[in-house]
Design a binder for this molecule. Sequence first.
Ligand SMILES: *Cc1c(COP(=O)(O)O)cnc(C)c1O
Length: 349
Amino acid sequence: MDVIDLRSDVKTLPSEGMLRAMCTAPLGDEQEREDPTVCELEERLQSLLGLERALFVPSATMANQIALLTQIRPGDEVLAHEHSHIFRYEAGGPAALAGAVLTGLAGSDGQFDGAAIRRVASVSESEHRPRTRLVSIENTHNTSGGRAWSLAGLDDVHDTCDELGLLVHLDGSRLFNAAVALDVPVARLSSRADSVAICFSKGLGAPAGAALVGTAEALADARRIRQRLGGSLRQAGMLAAAACYGLEHNIAQLAQDHAAALELATRLFEAGVAVDPIRTETNFVLLDLAELPFSREEILPMLAAAGVLWSKGHAPSVIRAVTHLDVSSGMIREAAERTSRVLGECARG
Ligand SMILES: *Cc1c(COP(=O)(O)O)cnc(C)c1O
């Protein structure tokens, strides 16, 4: 029995075409800006996202951290959703590296509105308050189940930040998923941000690599900071080639990933499992085990024994499946079948 691994879209392996692109890419010393493939990737990203500069980095976590390091001073306040990656899953980087005071905002589906920013932002001249400097949004939002920001919600945050003089960072690790889900050009979601983190090793299928894209101002010091963090690579074109290949060949594939997630959610819903197909907007399916007489820690190994791997969701009773380009529709049907069988047995006790 083949195990179906739905733990994350970071599990994708480079395809044959991607490997060929990596092996034949022209290379040079990226620290000296001599790698033509990295230059090509950075130029493509600038025009794709409607921004002025781009910088290739090893990971989206590093892109997020560089965005803070270049745009805030120690003691400045950063606002982000309370369940955002930059806040919860980057090992305290914003505090440890940039010296940020991080304030979490509440809101459903990983979103918050301009009013929430206004309630907490301190843009007065008071010396007693940390200076609110930057708002970070995450699109799609990971822990809420890959939810895409509504265009109206996004515009509201940008309008508010413009009015208050706040910078906007976009953690767009899965920004292309959001663009595909909303059927808009990706620049519609990115061009108003000061800085954007993009990850190539998720749905785009590259083995590693990310980018920080943004205004000339936001990225003015970014190369120096990347060097300081040890993120400047030499013949990085091998990885940039994988990213270019992903941008060319795998963005269209995201719509299939979303359809596969919706099919999994729908099949499970029809089998009486506690998933909500309405909330499956992109490539995540969240399944709540709260009604079952077993814990998540007990159920995950049962699912694994039945040949389907789910991972832990953010909430304690939730498990998560993520579709990606290595998951076929046959695997989805089989995964739905194995999952509903195991959960049915659990429900019967
Ligand atoms: C995966 C992820 C990151 C970090 O990406 P890496 O490239 O693994 O460092 C950042 N933000 C969000 C929302 C993510 O899902």
